[in-house]
Every structure is written in structure tokens, then in C-alpha cells.
Design a protein around this ligand. Structure first.
Ligand code: SAM
Length: 296
């Protein structure tokens, strides 16, 4: 994160959601009607091209060349998390925590989300930009959508959550999407240990980068370009996990891994049934974990 500036990478995810929202209704995985609000000149210009049938294929081809599999990955992970959140709300969770919320608009666009209090935790610079862009749409929701500023690398998540009224003794659902790679290992560790204080039945859905990308021990299509791009954004990748170690990593911190989806899994689950040829990258994964039974 660059001091005093909202997250650029959060804008790229909003861009991906805006693109998916332009898909024909029967082909799209979700609709995020707010995503375009967080875009500026270049992003809005590309979207305007995508709206024109004559340019659409070419623009999508160019996006794929710049970041192979990144757009499908961002799209499919959003769908995965939307589903997990819907299931949790269906179970009756009354607290939803969105860590590093960026321009995630689930607090506004998820059916039945009003049955829960949403805690949006993020860097104050990103939050200020988000609130300004959502304007009148977010103001009436202040009671059930609580914005909590934090620097994950410097501040205590437990203290910040408690100060906003979060209850650790109530089952909760935590979304930690597109964040772990940007913070230090110690902050990832401390965050999970704080979340492990939540009540039994709580779940965490999170994404992570394959450590082999950061360490350069495996070659991924477009991998080097991706590392360079995030560095230029001032948000370099810092943390990653080896997929073979994820279950142990979570177990040691009080969680049981329920699902861990790589690019192929996501493509098979979300794009194949719609006869879409999108292929999600394997550089990142999305995982769902539940508080281990011994906790709580
Ligand atoms: C790639 S964006 C993901 C945003 C959102 N979760 C999504 O998927 O649309 C990364 C988010 O992490 C936040 N972030 C990165 N480093 C942070 C830090 N040290 N403290 C607080 N937030 C941080 C940024 O503000 C940004 O919103």
C-alpha cells in the first residue's frame, strides 16, 4: 500500500467484477452493480469498449494476454465466496467480517445480508475512497455495515474488531479475499490466531498465492509479469503457501480445511457448466476453512 493512496489492486478486482457484470444474464456468474463506481478513466474506457460487440472479443483477448487466467480467477473466486457466504447466511450467521474489503460490495448486493452485521476491515485510505464512491448508497446502512480502519502489519485485529462491537462468542463468517499475499507472514499468522478465538461453527474463506510463484520455483504463464505489476502498484506479494501444506498450516492455527480450489477446479466448477472457455490461473487459490471442533 502506498501511504495516503487507496489500493490499486482493489481497483483491478472491481474491474474484473465490472467485466463479469457485462456478461449476458444466462452466462454470468454474478452481477456487481456497484463495481464501476471504483473505476477511473482507463478502466471505464475499456468497459465502454467491452460493451460494443465488435470490440468485445479483441479486448478480452488483450486482457488475457496481459494477465493469463487472472480475470477468470478473480471472477470464479468471487462466485465461490458469494456461494459460501450465501450458505453461511442460510445457516443463520449474524456477523460477517470482510478483511481487506477493498471494493467488495457484498454488504450491498448479497441477498439476505441485512440479517447480519457486516464488519468491513481495511486500510483507512482504501476505505475513504470506497465510502466517497458509494456515497448515498452506504450512508443509510451505517448501523449494519461497520467500517473499521486497520493496518494489518501494525495493528491488532482483535482489538479493532472488539472496538467496533464484534462478538467473538457468536458464529461468524469471515471473508479474506485477495489480501494474504500483500501482508507479512507474521500478520497472516496473527490474523488466523485472532480469528481462532471466534465461536465454534465460524468459517473463514480466504485466498492465497502459491508460494512457488513468489519463490520462483515454478513457472506460471504470466507469473513474472504479475509479480512486476503488483510491485509497480506499490503492493508487492509477500506471503504465499504451498498448496500441499495449507491443511497443516490451518490445523496448527485452529482451523479445518474444507475446500481448496486451484485454477482448474474453479474453471471446472464455474465455467464448464456454462460452456465458457475461461481458464483461471493457478497462481492463486481460494480456500474455505472451519473452526476446528476442539475450539470454541
Ligand atoms: C487486492 S485488494 C482485495 C480487495 C477485496 N478483498 C476484493 O477482493 O475485492 C487488497 C486489499 O487489501 C488491503 N490491504 C493491503 N495491505 C493492507 C494492510 N497492510 N492493512 C490493511 N489493509 C491492507 C487493501 O487496502 C485492499 O483493499
Amino acid at each position: 500500500m502506498r501511504e495516503g493512496q487507496p489500493s490499486r489492486t482493489a481497483q483491478t478486482v472491481a474491474f474484473a467484477r465490472a467485466i463479469e457484470s457485462l456478461q449476458p444474464r444466462e452466462q454470468r456468474l454474478f452481477e456487481d452493480p456497484y463495481a464501476t463506481r471504483f473505476l477511473d478513466g482507463d478502466g471505464l474506457w475499456v468497459l465502454s469498449l467491452l460493451r460494443r460487440t465488435a470490440y468485445r472479443r479483441t479486448v478480452l483477448y488483450c486482457i488475457e494476454q496481459i494477465g493469463p487466467g487472472l480475470l477468470p480467477y478473480a471472477t470464479a473466486r468471487t462466485a465461490f465466496i458469494d456461494e459460501a457466504l450465501a450458505t453461511a447466511l442460510g445457516r443463520g450467521v449474524s456477523q460477517v467480517v470482510i478483511l481487506g474489503a477493498g471494493y467488495d460490495t457484498r454488504a450491498l448486493r448479497t441477498p439476505n445480508i441485512e440479517t447480519a452485521v457486516v464488519y468491513e476491515i481495511d486500510h483507512p485510505d482504501t476505505q475513504a475512497f470506497k465510502r466517497a464512491r458509494l456515497g448515498a448508497d452506504i450512508e443509510p446502512l451505517e448501523e449494519r455495515v461497520r467500517f473499521v480502519g486497520i493496518d494489518f502489519d501494525r495493528q491488532d485485529l482483535g482489538e479493532r474488531l472488539r472496538s467496533a462491537g464484534f462478538r467473538f462468542d457468536v458464529p461468524s463468517f469471515v471473508i479474506w479475499e485477495g489480501v494474504t499475499q500483500y501482508i507479512h507472514e507474521q500478520a497472516v499468522d496473527e490474523t488466523l490466531r485472532t480469528l481462532a478465538m471466534m465461536s465454534r461453527g465460524s468459517e473463514v474463506v480466504f485466498t492465497y498465492v502459491d508460494r512457488a510463484l513468489i519463490e520462483g520455483t515454478r513457472s506460471f504463464p504470466g507469473g513474472k509479469r504479475l509479480l512486476l505489476a503488483v510491485r509497480l502498484f506499490g503492493e508487492p506479494f509477500r506471503f504465499g503457501l504451498a498448496p500441499t501444506e495449507t491443511a497443516d498450516f490451518l490445523r496448527e492455527r485452529g482451523f479445518t480445511l474444507l475446500e481448496d480450489m486451484g485454477g482448474d477446479d474453479l474453471s471446472a466448477r464455474y465455467f464448464a457448466p456454462l460452456n465458457r472457455t475461461d481458464r483461471a490461473t493457478d497462481t492463486e487459490r481460494v480456500a474455505l476453512a472451519r473452526m476446528a471442533e476442539t475450539q470454541g
